[in-house]
Design a protein around this ligand. Structure first.
Ligand SMILES: C[S@@+](CC[C@H](N)C(=O)[O-])C[C@H]1O[C@@H](n2cnc3c(N)ncnc32)[C@H](O)[C@@H]1O
Length: 234
């Protein structure tokens, strides 16, 4: 995995990163919900994609579970670290967490600080880009996950797009799960319900989380080529 990420310039050398003013803060949302342990027990994933990471609370919890259960998991975290259109920019406290400098978020530093402090840098690979961009890049890199946690944009069309694109990089028999399956987030509920109906998937939900398993027979397309694209660059 490290070699694959190095090919696109992500070497995870944070030795000169400016952490001034940053202290450990792993605030999240239902980031230690029991669904995480259930998924890790059932799937014992070697590769997990997390779509929507924020400060790293959920990925750090999954990392702790992986070590507890001896799963040896590597994680790819796809996030812009720019926040969402809803509460994260509007709510004053969440906006503080964005660490705006000249109106531009710098909270990626918070995430890196947290994963460094928790000794998880070697196992976590950040993809700092939109979920759409991340899905296509993962496909180009030929990476497929055993489990994917979806918790990025919460509008119906955002969730619908994430489900469609990330289902394509989920291995047959893998599990997709996510947050905010509740009346507070009707767009999440509608998108998840529609996707499961359209694909004949058995949806389970409880205490705000949703989950389904990809059928074992799903045939995923070949990875998109990376080399020809890179070689076309000047
Ligand atoms: C609810 S938070 C994730 C919380 C995290 N999973 C946890 O449990 O602590 C949503 C995150 O999704 C990111 N996000 C929102 N829309 C996105 C998009 N279209 N592409 C990538 N990241 C996005 C935001 O920057 C934010 O960090």
């Amino acid at each position: 995995m490290a070699d694959v990420f190095r090919r696109v310039g992500i070497d995870k050398d944070y030795s000169t990163m400016d952490f001034s003013g940053v202290v450990e803060d792993v605030q999240g949302w239902e980031s230690r919900h029991k669904v995480f342990e259930t998924v890790f027990q059932d799937v014992r994933p070697k590769i997990v994609f997390e779509v929507g990471t924020w400060k790293g609370a959920s990925v750090l919890h999954m990392d702790a579970l992986s070590r507890k259960l001896g799963c040896d998991t590597l994680f790819v975290c796809v996030d812009t670290w720019l926040g969402s259109n809803d509460t994260l920019w509007i709510d004053t406290d969440f906006r503080k967490s964005l660490m705006l400098q000249h109106g531009y978020p710098t909270m990626f530093r918070q995430f890196i600080y947290n994963i460094t402090k928790n000794g998880a840098v070697d196992r976590i690979f950040p993809l700092p880009m939109t979920s759409t961009c991340g899905a296509y890049l993962l496909k180009r890199l030929g990476l497929v996950a055993d489990a994917i946690y979806v918790d990025a944009g919460h509008e119906e069309d955002e969730v619908a797009t994430d489900l469609k694109l990330y289902y394509d990089v989920l291995r047959p028999g893998g599990v997709m799960f996510g947050d905010d399956y509740s009346s507070d987030w009707p767009g999440v509920v509608r998108a998840v319900n529609t996707f499961c109906q359209d694909h004949g998937l058995v949806l389970t939900s409880g205490a705000g989380k949703w989950r389904f398993q990809s059928p074992l027979k799903t045939v995923h397309p070949e990875p998109m080529p990376l080399e020809p694209i890179l070689s076309e660059m000047p």
